[in-house]
Design a protein around this ligand. Sequence first.
Ligand code: AHR
Length: 499
Amino acid sequence: MKASIRLDLDHHVGDIDRRIFSGFVEHLGRAVYEGIFDPASPLSDANGFRTDVGKALRKLGMRFMRYPGGNFVSNYDWRDGVGPLAERPVRADFAWKSIEPNTFGVDEFVNWCRWMDIEPMMAVNLGTLGPREAAELVEYCNFPGGTHWSDARRQNSSSNPHGINLWCLGNEMDGPWQAGNCTAAEYAARAQQAGRLMKGIDSSIELVACGSTGRYMDTYLEWDRVVLETCWDDVDYISAHRYSRNSQDDSAWFLAEGVEIDRVLSDYAGLLAYVRGVKRSDKKVYVSFDEWNVWYKDRMIDGAWSRAPHLLEEIYNLEDALVCAQFLNSFLRHADIVKIACLAQIVNVIAPILTKPDGMLIQSIYYPFQLFSQHASGVSLRPIVDGPTHTAGVRGEVPMLDVSASYDPQCESISVFVVNRSLTEDIEAQVSVGGLRAKPDIETIMLTGDDPKAHNTWERPDVISPNSGTATRGANGQVFLKVPSLGLTVARVQLEQRD
Ligand code: AHR
């Protein structure tokens, strides 16, 4: 089958904010303990940081790391996790019914981020704590010194401020499962008050308000409208979360998930424009898609009051990786509103990496993230795709190809990201760039396989991993790309000089 992808360097959606390549790590299961921090492992350094995990994560080029939750944050007291280890309390964690030893807290997290060359993105508890404790955490982290909390930081860890720039005002506060769950109006008032106090301590910080948890919630968008109408002048982003699931085991349907992700982002684009309009505001608020992934197989959320229990240890297969690629495609296609996006999560818990004390396994979803993070830069182009469609279960007729593209003027190159949703049909896509010619050396990478359920195992760790792809240059300088069924093809094309 054939398709055409037409690009024009002047038709772009917006600059690609590199913060869309961010992650999320929560005190949940084995994400922190035995994940990034594992003093007992022979693979850890003197700080207890897992060096193998660090090395694998560095290759993902993540910009920000959201922490410490998630549901965990809504009953977490950050003060438990700072100061001398011997004085830190062991707590019962409400969210995941686990024992929290508090041997890893704010300062350890910031040290880990510095070691990783990643910026911290800190969430505050607006469930069972309030604006005051949130502002005190800003004081602890960002105030230079001479106050109670800034001096405590100087004593505990660092004379220099941690300089944390990005802050989340709670987590999924519309969810009945959330400690301190409340109405939109109550949350909006809480978030506004907290935001004002926090920015009062450090006016340079940026704030993310909680959006509704997802399209399946009754609160969807209406919650967001109330929050945005109240907090428009106080916040910089509204959060969106989505976990995709193939619960009906219908791969054709699941592989069209990008249609739904696009719809959610269009909804947010409309809402943001609406609130800006009714407020007659010149300000812009953007989307922080700060939890996204596939998650439905391992729903074990009860830690039975143990330490570092095995929770949410999802095994990822090929179709999951192709859905992850569609999240990233959609973020690029909505580069004008999506400025931050966090893969949830990074290790052991719904994660691209699994650990055991002396080893690590890379899962399928690692690779789309790596490929997009390495190759998407500059501006996001608006691709015009003409290609076959197929039926995706109850989603109906959908395009077989899901496409995004970027143009980097610095190196005169474009990158094209193409997912083929078909389970059976290979597609040859002709890519043309507004009359410009591709140089002969075209870098092409493919992530594909025959079986949507194929996945990496400890015994066979490379079942799903990228290979080089196939691309040729046509007589007019266009590119012919092979996009196999059940596949992601990424092509990086250098352009010949424009006249
Ligand atoms: O990432 C796992 C959980 O999913 C998070 O704690 C919560 O925010 C979401 O519901």
